[in-house]
Design a protein around this ligand. Structure first.
Ligand SMILES: *Cc1c(COP(=O)(O)O)cnc(C)c1O
Length: 430
């Protein structure tokens, strides 16, 4: 089918990017479990290697199963193109890699996935890059943090784990005024609940590991490019605007226009960093995406019901879920994620750290795991696990204080989830 934008989300999540297999007519996208592809002749091979012709060379760069997934996610996000990679964290490096260089910085929100805080505050320093952490509710502070060496602005749409929603339009305006790309991690929201490009994002990154696959079988990531940023305008992005020596002086921005970032991601990023998604993983994610809207609707419906119930419980000091009227971010749901605030929130227990540990250990349906966005309900005590490497101030800012438990609500029966939480809270406060 042609992926006309007039098709609805439910149609596109099943059909975008996929066609019956030209060789066999297979209706489901085959898993092209192959490393290499036979060239028609030496001339064809040379044209592929020079990027004069688009085609398959070697699966570190491109693979037909992965290509279907790239087109599907790009379509659902309203982007021009996408590059899949081996994890959500790989996607973050892949997004920054063409933009950054030694001495350059990225201005980032304090409210991020714990692993992202560590990646940005520690690991990227080894590349000579740095991150400036700012409260993204304070747009003046975001603007003030941007300097001549800033190359991007980065935040999450719905931030993990605190139930925080970023005012993407306001942040996009700040990035725009500075001539910088805004990168949005849309993992917790998914394109069903939030489409950051419509709010002004340049790039969208995802951990495919979470809701997009949806059942805890895959580690993967993707970078979606809006195709709208002018990489040549400021001279700040030479990797995209200047001649590339490894491709005979080709300029990505000039040659590929709105697909410059995507082609660079494949031809340089995947080729040289090697953070490739395997076709088997792409297959599982394609299966998952077919039911994305149905799952997200149920995640949201259950989260509203369970969070509302928890908020009224005696042992509970507070629930941070933007889907509840009590949340300071409730007002942003309407504009940023009108179909709901997702399935992720934290609950603060009056009994503090001890009660949190007992609560997590007493749950039966909920699994205690370092994951989220599964059909199964999951729980984790962030302060002793995912956010363990953070300072107390960073934990607090990220919504992962020691008296807080993160809950990822699955798509089971809400009444069973509530019964399980009830018995565990009774044990935790005994
Ligand atoms: C899980 C997650 C990541 C990292 O993804 P991996 O696939 O585990 O590397 C990044 N951002 C958010 C919001 C996440 O939830």
């Amino acid at each position: 089918m042609s992926d006309a934008p007039s098709f609805g989300f439910d149609t596109l999540q099943i059909h975008a990017g996929s066609r019956p297999d030209p060789a066999t007519g297979a209706r489901q996208t085959p898993i092209y479990q192959t490393t290499a592809y036979v060239f028609r002749d030496a001339e064809h091979a040379a044209a592929l290697f020079n990027l004069q012709e688009v085609g398959y060379i070697y699966s570190r760069l491109t693979n037909p199963t992965v290509a279907v997934l790239q087109e599907r996610v790009a379509t659902l996000e309203g982007g021009a193109g996408a590059v899949c990679c081996s994890s959500g964290h790989a996607a973050q490096i892949m997004a920054l890699f063409p933009l950054m260089g030694p001495g350059k910085n990225v201005v980032v929100s304090t409210r991020l996935y714990g692993g992202t805080v560590t990646q940005f505050s520690q690991t990227i320093k080894r590349f000579g890059w740095s991150a400036k952490f700012v409260d993204f509710d304070d747009t003046d502070a975001v603007a003030a943090a941007i300097d001549d060496d800033t190359r991007a602005v980065f935040c999450e749409s719905i931030a993990n784990p605190g139930g925080y929603i970023t005012d993407l339009k306001a942040i996009a305006k700040v990035a725009d005024a500075a001539g910088l790309p805004l990168i949005v991690d849309n993992t917790s929201a998914t394109p069903y609940l939030c489409r950051p490009i419509e709010h002004g994002a340049t790039l969208v990154v995802h951990s495919l590991t979470k809701y997009l696959t949806g059942n805890g079988t895959v580690t993967g990531g993707v970078v979606v490019d809006s195709g709208t940023f002018d990489w040549a305008a400021s001279g700040k992005f030479p990797s995209l605007s200047e001649p590339e020596p490894a491709y005979h002086g080709l300029k990505f921005a000039e040659t590929f226009g709105p697909l410059a970032f995507t082609f660079h991601g494949i031809a340089i990023g995947l080729r040289d960093l090697g953070m490739t998604l395997n076709p088997q993983a792409a297959h599982y994610t394609l299966m998952g995406i077919e039911t994305l809207s149905l799952r997200m609707e149920r995640h949201v419906q259950n989260a509203v019901e369970v969070a509302g119930w928890l908020e009224g419980h005696d042992a509970v000091a507070g629930v941070t879920y933007a889907g509840l009227p009590s949340s300071p971010y409730h007002g942003r749901v309407k504009t940023i994620c009108p179909k709901g605030a997702g399935g992720l929130f934290t609950v603060k227990l009056k009994g503090g750290y001890e009660a949190c540990v007992k609560f997590v250990d007493s749950l039966e349906i909920f699994s205690h795991v370092a994951n989220l966005g599964d059909t199964r309900s999951l729980v984790i005590h962030s302060a002793s696990t995912t956010h363990r490497q953070l300072t107390p101030e960073q934990q607090e800012a990220a919504g992962a204080a020691p008296d807080v438990v993160r809950i990822s609500i699955g798509i089971e029966d809400a009444k069973d989830l509530i019964a399980d939480l009830d018995q565990a809270l009774a044990k935790a406060s005994a």
